[in-house]
Design a protein around this ligand. Structure first.
Ligand SMILES: Nc1ncnc2c1ncn2[C@@H]1O[C@H](COP(=O)(O)OP(=O)(O)OP(=O)(O)O)[C@@H](O)[C@H]1O
Length: 261
């Protein structure tokens, strides 16, 4: 049974408090050129939120704007009740926001352990405790802590990058296309790990190109179009929504119908 099929999980999440509320975000890389055009999303405590949409819709830009890497022109990013709009990344990390970029997300010349230390430079005394937590989610990282990250496979690097972001005990983890460039088997493994991270109590906002898998594991998702949240709902509802299918999903709905039968 996938997560979105458990009614109790869904209703629990609906009652939960908001961890992140993004309201009417307008942001872009260049003056006068907005990529986000009034985008609003919310993640409640314990939720796994998917962000999908066509190429160039602004999915990665949304995460970067939330993480202080793209200039916000208007709108707000509120985390656990505090307005953190436009704060720099290091301040956001200290306030409970973790971010895993899509590429160049490990230090290849450093060992796994050193990579994880880099995630904790603001709170080094808690290293051992947090390392144990990360190693409980990713046992391979614990066993191979002295191995250089540059010698790891793409899937293993993704785990190091997620592990590093988890070191600061984030309330919300922002993941930019964690399955990008991985084989189908490794993609499945990565989604499983994301699900486990979420089950360990971390709210997750995940941008994904692999819409079908994303909608299968998330509690709710947003479909972005032209820098705005065009549709939202549970994964299953979105897969059946004619507007979403027309905009983005194509023949995905047939596959869902097949799976239902
Ligand atoms: N560093 C940058 N400088 C200027 N424009 C950028 C930059 N990065 C992205 N853009 C532009 O912002 C728009 C949205 O890009 P973004 O990467 O957020 O889309 P996306 O929905 O994540 O797409 P994809 O699924 O293809 O990764 C695109 O038109 C892109 O060209």
């Amino acid at each position: 049974m996938t997560k979105h099929e458990t009614a109790t999980d869904a209703s629990r999440a609906q009652d939960a408090e908001a961890v992140v509320t993004v309201t009417d975000l307008v942001a872009g890389y260049l003056p006068g050129v907005n990529i986000l055009n009034g985008c609003s999303i919310e993640a409640r405590k314990g939720e796994l939120i998917g962000i999908i949409g066509p190429n160039g819709a602004g999915k990665s830009t949304l995460l970067k704007a939330m993480f202080g890497l793209v200039k916000v022109h208007s709108g707000s990013v509120v985390v656990r009740g505090k307005d953190l709009t436009g704060l720099k990344a290091n301040k956001l990390v200290a306030r409970g926001v973790g971010f895993v970029p899509q590429t160049n997300n490990v230090f290849p010349s450093l060992t796994i352990e050193e990579n994880l230390q880099m995630g904790m430079y603001q709170r080094p005394k808690d290293f051992a405790k947090r390392f144990d937590f990360v190693a409980s989610l990713f046992p391979e990282l614990g066993k191979r802590r002295q191995q250089r990250a540059g010698s790891l496979s793409g899937g293993e690097r993704q785990m190091v990058a997620m592990g590093r972001a988890l070191m600061m005990d984030p309330a919300v983890l922002l993941l930019d296309e964690p399955s990008a460039g991985l084989s189908p088997v490794k993609q499945d493994e990565t989604f499983l790990r994301v699900h486990e991270i979420n089950r360990a109590g971390v709210s997750v906002i995940m941008v994904e190109q692999n819409a079908r898998r994303c909608l299968q594991i998330c509690d709710r998702a947003y479909v972005l179009d032209q820098g705005k949240d065009a549709y939202t709902g549970t994964g299953r509802d979105l897969m059946k929504d004619p507007n979403v299918i027309k905009l983005y999903l194509g023949d995905l709905a047939d596959k869902v119908a097949e799976a239902d039968n």
